[in-house]
Design a protein around this ligand. Structure first.
Ligand code: FES
Length: 160
C-alpha cells in the first residue's frame, strides 16, 4: 500500500473530530503534523473539502508557517537560536557555518534526509549563549568546533 494511503485514516479521523471547531484549520494542520510528522500534499484536498476552503487557501497557510513540513521529517532536527542574546554572541556566524557545511538554507533539509535546519527565537538558555536544540536537547556555549562536531555526529549517524 502506498505510504500516502497509510495516512488517510489518521487524517480523516482528525478532520471528523475537529472540522466543526471555530478556526479549525491551524489546529487540524498541527494535529496532522503531530500525528504523522508532516502534512502530505495528498491531504490538502480532503482538508479543503472538510473546511469548505480552496486548495490555495490551505496551501497558503501551510507555506506561510515555516514550522509546517510538507515532506517527512529528517532523522535529526537542529534548531539554532537566532534571538538577541545568541546573536550578540555569534549565532549569525554559526548559522553561516551551518549553511556552508550542509549546503542548505536556514529552513533546509538535506537530500539524504539526515538533518533539517530550523531557526528558533530563544531556547531559554540566554545566559549560556549561543545555543541550539538538537533533537530536543539544548546545547549551549557553542563554538564553531562544537557545532561542526554535532553536525558531523548527525551525518555519521545517518550514514550507518
Ligand atoms: S536568545 Fe538564544 S537562548 Fe535565549
Amino acid at each position: 500500500m502506498p505510504d500516502e494511503l497509510l495516512h488517510l485514516p489518521v487524517i480523516h479521523s482528525i478532520l471528523s473530530r475537529q472540522k466543526d471547531a471555530p478556526g479549525a484549520l491551524l489546529p487540524i494542520l498541527h494535529a496532522i503534523q503531530n500525528a504523522i510528522g508532516f502534512i502530505p500534499d495528498d491531504a490538502v484536498p480532503d482538508i479543503a473539502h472538510a473546511l469548505n476552503l480552496s486548495l490555495a487557501e490551505v496551501r497558503g497557510v501551510i507555506s506561510f508557517y515555516h514550522d509546517f513540513r510538507t515532506t517527512p521529517p529528517a532523522r535529526h532536527t537542529l534548531r539554532l537560536c537566532r534571538a538577541e542574546s545568541c546573536q550578540s554572541r555569534g549565532s549569525e556566524a554559526l548559522a553561516a557555518q551551518l549553511r556552508e557545511q550542509l549546503a542548505l538554507d536556514d529552513h533546509g533539509t538535506s537530500a539524504d534526509g539526515a538533518i533539517s535546519l530550523r531557526p528558533v527565537y530563544c531556547l531559554g538558555a540566554c545566559a549560556c549563549s549561543p545555543a541550539l536544540e538538537l533533537d530536543g536537547q539544548v546545547h549551549a556555549r557553542l563554538t564553531p568546533e562544537r557545532l561542526r562536531a554535532l553536525v558531523n555526529g548527525c551525518l555519521e549517524d545517518a550514514a550507518c
